[in-house]
Write a protein that binds this ligand. Structure first.
Ligand code: PMP
Ligand code: GLN
Length: 446
């Protein structure tokens, strides 16, 4: 009897100890997934809020403060009042009218017959197209080459799939004050070649580039294409600003180079094409054998995108197909208008001693702030990058919102590029004038 009682007591002690340990494990278990670690800071979240808090003149986040063209607005209104089906789900991989209109226009540009049902995926903005691309092609441990400066989301998206980002910077080809155009920045072919290894799965490029405004020339794209082919790697080409080039610069699609259609994922944005960033209609175009894996990610996450917005963007592309290259085309009119805004911003920056780098394309202009001496006052933030401190000071003290350029660099290289800030010039003349006034007063010591 005594032995049995002893045994029972012993078992109770073991059970209590196990329960305690189990509770300890449960209590100490993190309730978040590790993939959310190290990717929690976001420059748009931080600086959009700051601009709003200080009611600043906003040349920060990249969105037009003017309306989209009448024809797409009317198409959207017509879609919304166009009967019950416009309010219901449409085809998961893209509204049929939209994928057909995209295929028609881009087949002409890429020089390849694009199949609307096999080769196109419509997404919630270019963001989701990028997300699906990384999810669909990158395995844990794969390397992805990212050209700096880069649109910031590439880095967390690669990290979240367990990939390894490998950075290669665009460098000014001439040093010092002679660097006046984004065309003066380029990749060193030898340096780029040295980044490709047997683990390289893809390279990400962005042309026209955010934030620099660089538009890659055919010869530059050919160097990238040759390396992709040699190493059997993919190219993810973010071309959301494809219609916006200036001073006769031509946008070239890397997918149109020989041997590249079957290894390129081209990303586009209806928001950027028609100045309607809030509609969040984007797409990826690629060979069906690659694109089908992106469809798998899409069908298991988002599934459908908003029908009426897709219908409106489809009608916009149908119109642009008919008017392609004509002066009435929005893809001609928008860059012509933005060329003036860009010149206005450049002369305004120059007049106060800020040296801009003239962009060949896109929404943005970066300027060198190293000549400006500012007493930030606030010692608590002195470990932060110089450009972050400068941008915060500018919004708080002067009421002008911009974006720090080191946010577009890897931690390894951000220190080298922390003396530039980014201005968005896709704004009303009155907004640019208000920014000009702020800068003028500041330069006069007011
Ligand atoms: N790529 C780049 C280079 C961008 O600047 C942006 C921001 N518009 C995006 C992708 C995301 O575009 P969307 O608003 O269509 O999601
Ligand atoms: N692409 C825009 C920019 O670069 C906005 C990005 C965002 O709001 N997440 O400013």
């Amino acid at each position: 009897m005594g032995i049995i009682r002893n045994l029972a007591n012993h078992l109770t002690v073991i059970r209590q100890s196990l329960t305690r340990n189990h509770n300890k494990i449960i209590m100490s278990r993190q309730l978040h997934a590790r993939r959310t670690e190290g990717v929690d800071n976001n420059v748009w979240v931080e600086f959009a809020q700051l601009a709003a808090d200080y009611k600043a003149v906003n040349l920060g986040q990249g969105f037009p403060d003017f309306s989209p063209p009448k024809f797409v607005q009317e198409a959207f209104v017509k879609a919304v009042s166009g009967g019950p089906l416009m309010h219901q789900y449409t085809r998961a991989f893209g509204h049929p009218r939209l994928v057909k209109s995209l295929a028609k226009l881009f087949s002409r540009i890429v020089g390849h017959e694009i199949d609307p049902m096999e080769d196109i995926l419509v997404t919630v903005g270019a963001y989701q197209a990028l997300f699906c691309a990384f999810q669909a092609v990158v395995n844990e441990g794969d390397e992805v080459i990212i050209v700096e400066p880069f649109f910031d989301c590439y880095q967390p998206m690669v990290k979240m799939v367990g990939g390894k980002a490998v950075y290669v910077p665009l460098r000014p080809k001439v040093e010092g004050s002679a660097v006046l155009s984004s065309g003066d920045w380029g990749l060193c072919p030898e340096e780029l070649a040295s980044k490709f290894t047997p683990r390289t799965k893809a390279i990400v490029i962005n042309t026209p580039n955010n934030p620099l405004g660089k538009v890659y020339k055919t010869e530059e794209l050919q160097v990238i294409a040759d390396l992709c082919i040699k190493h059997n790697a993919l190219c993810i080409s973010d071309e959301v600003y494809e219609w916006l080039t200036y001073d006769g610069t031509k946008h070239v699609k890397i997918a149109s180079l020989p041997g590249m259609w079957e290894r390129t994922i081209t990303i586009g944005s209806g928001g950027k094409s028609f100045s309607a960033t809030g509609w969040k209609v984007g797409w990826a175009i690629s060979a069906g054998k690659i694109l089908k894996h992106m469809k798998t990610i899409h069908q298991n996450s988002v599934f459908h995108c908003a029908t009426a917005a897709q219908e409106a963007v489809a009608q916009g592309f149908e119109r642009e197909y008919e008017l392609f290259g004509a002066p009435e085309s929005y893809f001609q009119q928008l860059p012509a208008m933005l060329h003036h805004r860009r010149m206005k911003l450049a002369s305004c920056l120059e007049s106060v001693g800020l040296q801009p780098i003239m962009p060949e394309g896109g929404y943005f202009m970066i300027a060198d702030i190293s000549s400006i001496k500012v007493d930030f006052g606030d010692e608590s933030s002195k470990d932060e990058s110089y450009d972050f401190r400068f941008v915060k000071w500018l919004v708080k003290e002067k009421g002008l919102a911009t974006i720090p350029v080191s946010a577009f660099y890897s931690p390894e290289h951000s220190k080298e590029f922390d003396k530039y800030i980014r201005f968005c010039f896709v704004k009303e003349d009155s907004t640019l004038d208000a920014a000009g006034e702020i800068l003028k007063k500041w330069s006069q010591g007011q």
